[in-house]
Write a protein that binds this ligand. Structure first.
Ligand SMILES: [Zn+2]
Length: 357
């Protein structure tokens, strides 16, 4: 019997369930069989209400508790790289998705099955297409079609975080600054006005820029404003009349996208500046009562998340969110991806203690 024909057994321990999930291929766009198996497994538990939208499965308790916690994980992986089926060496489980993030999904599934009377109501979300273009992201589709399914006071995304709480995430914005001049033959350059030379003023502003470090809920975020591309030039004998400097601004989550844009327009006042894309950051929300208790239960340590993750989608819905999962973020997407079995057990134990104390 092949692995995908065998029902998922949510009573396996966390490591064994992770191994089972690694051996159940679910590359982005190909999650249906795994979503079916997850849905079937969860429907066996009468304490959960289970809903399905596309290849997204949402299971919820309805105990009337004062607060609701949401625990989410994506079902998809990057393409398999000769790393399925899994293998185990000592404490390490190797295989595609072991770190990002079938270990986190295994923990969430075990909690969903085992916690019949948690101290908070819990919503478990298993979604598709996280590893590919944002327009296909299952969490994004759920937020549009069924925002009520995602209602919560606090969310935990089980992305690999090395069993450390990583709060919020920084926002990102790209902008193009266009410098103009007058085209001329390089042999008579005094008749022209060199647009590339004007870029020096922009580069000077960037080099002198003092990036802000800001503390939010005890976490230190470090902003950055950098040139990431320069385009200009016509030919080897032409004074160029246009130069475009592309900048990327990574901003702390106390700024909105509008604030970030206003800041860039202030920094580059007098220049022609166009915003080409942006994504908001997410506040860590560690001041919330549910988050405080969570932080205490997980050892009281948290660090800022600098990259952009799906926690920002929760933030946009008004739900503070953190990353907390057993995988190692440095190993995500690598051929030799692995996860520590001890970390899987530890993360599950801490979440279970927090949700039952
Ligand atoms: Zn991931």
């Amino acid at each position: 019997m092949s692995s995908i024909d065998t029902p998922l057994d949510l009573t396996l321990d966390g490591g064994a369930l992770t191994a089972r999930l690694v051996d159940f291929p679910s590359v982005s766009g190909d999650e249906q069989a795994l979503a079916d198996a997850v849905e079937t497994a969860l429907r066996a538990y009468p304490h959960l209400r289970v809903d399905r939208y596309g290849n997204n499965v949402v299971a919820r308790t309805g105990l009337g508790r004062a607060e609701r916690v949401l625990i989410a994980g994506h079902l998809d992986t990057v393409p398999i790289a000769d790393n399925v089926p899994h293998h185990i060496e000592g404490d390490l489980l190797y295989g595609c998705g072991a770190s990002d993030m079938k270990s986190g999904v295994a923990v969430a599934l075990r909690l969903a099955a085992g916690l019949t009377e948690p101290n908070h109501d819990i919503t478990y979300v298993f979604y598709d297409c996280e590893e590919i273009e944002a327009s296909r992201n299952g969490l994004g589709h759920l937020a549009t079609a069924h925002p009520d399914w995602l209602a919560a006071d606090f969310a935990i995304l089980m992305e690999p975080s090395g069993a450390m709480v990583e709060g919020g995430c920084q926002g990102t914005m790209r902008a193009q600054i266009t410098l103009t001049g007058t085209r001329a033959h390089a042999a008579r350059s005094w008749l022209g006005d060199n647009a590339i030379h004007h870029a020096a003023e922009v580069l000077g502003l960037l080099a002198a820029y003092q990036a802000r470090e800001v503390e939010i809920d005890g976490l230190k975020y470090h902003e950055g404003l950098n040139a990431v591309r320069v385009d200009g030039g016509v030919a080897g004998n032409v004074i160029p009349d246009e130069c475009v400097v592309t900048v990327n601004f990574r901003f702390a989550p106390d700024r909105s996208v509008a604030d970030a844009e206003a800041h860039l327009r202030e920094v580059f006042e007098g220049f022609k500046l166009e915003i080409t894309d942006s994504a908001p950051g997410a506040l860590p929300g560690l001041g919330q009562p549910a988050a405080q208790a969570f932080l205490a239960a997980t050892g009281g340590q948290a660090r800022a998340k600098f990259g952009w993750t799906d926690v920002a989608r929760f933030s946009a819905l008004g739900v503070p969110a953190v990353n907390y999962g057993p995988g190692d973020p440095d190993l995500a997407h690598k051929r030799n991806e692995y996860c520590s079995l001890a970390a899987i057990a530890l993360v599950e134990e801490r979440l279970r203690a927090w949700l039952t104390d």
